[in-house]
Design a protein around this ligand. Sequence first.
Ligand code: SAM
Length: 333
Amino acid sequence: MTVTDTLGRPVRDLRISVTDRCNFRCVYCMPKEVFGHEYRFLPRRELLTFEEIERVARVFVDLGVKKLRITGGEPLLRRDLELLVAQLSALGDDLDVTLTTNASLLVQKAKALADAGLSRITVSLDSLDDEVFRAMNDVDFPVARVLAGIDAAAEAGLPVKINVVVKRGLNEASVLDIARRFRGTGHAVRFIEFMDVGATNGWRLDDVVPAAEIVATIGAEFPLEPVEAAYRGEVAERYRYRDGAGEIGVIASVTQPFCGDCTRARISADGKLYTCLFAVRGHDLRALLRSGSADTLEETIRAVWTRRADRYSEIRTEETSALRKVEMSYIGG
Ligand code: SAM
């Protein structure tokens, strides 16, 4: 049974945050000044268990979800994550179960994740320049270990995507390096405009490198041509190298918002349902999970989605960017 919101959008993707903790302190996501020693992360008992996550995911699959993405925080910090992957993969034969990770633990985990049924993996990598990368993750993590994680995932048979957030003045120079490095490898790269998620990353419109500029930079060295969207709600605008060396994508959520096609729901690590990445409030499913029946859960999710009217990126201004929105590390990227 499918469900649509007030703008006629179905729910097709569920992003599940399994932890609000991360071992990186990326300056644009979890700045150290905010997420320092005193920061209070969620206590363990407040996190949804794997069984609770499975119950929620099952309802979403019944409502039409085709893709489950596990995220965080850093999802590989959650112990035995492959068990959750196996539980989620079992929810449907043609279900896409994916994971977004910083790859710091991927060398150890790639095979177990692939064996558990993970469909593919997205690795975040903002620079190949070791100095720039260490400064961006702000915990001095070497880029070589992320590259080893990518290789381990590919060896385990997982299709790999690379996510690159581009921030003006920080890693613009890395755009071409990354395009050069991954051309011809089969790993699709997605360049993402720096967004005003949360309220702590000091976002300014001037920090955004427009997707059109990224495409022009890469296209000047390696001619590109646009690729038709594969399905409604695809977030990346895709381009292929004219010489056949693969493709890149850009996610222009600031300069060309795509709310009209947004089919994503998000569950925070403590079980709140958010219908927009830029939401201020979520709907508490954990209370229901711990007290109510499966029927109540489905009715509630259906009711929340039916009322959904979010289109934040289409109405974004410098003023809305200052709202007290939830943090990306909590809601899940
Ligand atoms: N820890 C995992 C990782 O590094 O991929 C998963 C969570 S992380 C929040 C998910 C993605 O969100 C990463 O690719 C990250 O670069 C991206 N991200 C975080 N803050 C962002 C922002 N302000 N604008 C755009 N992307 C952002």
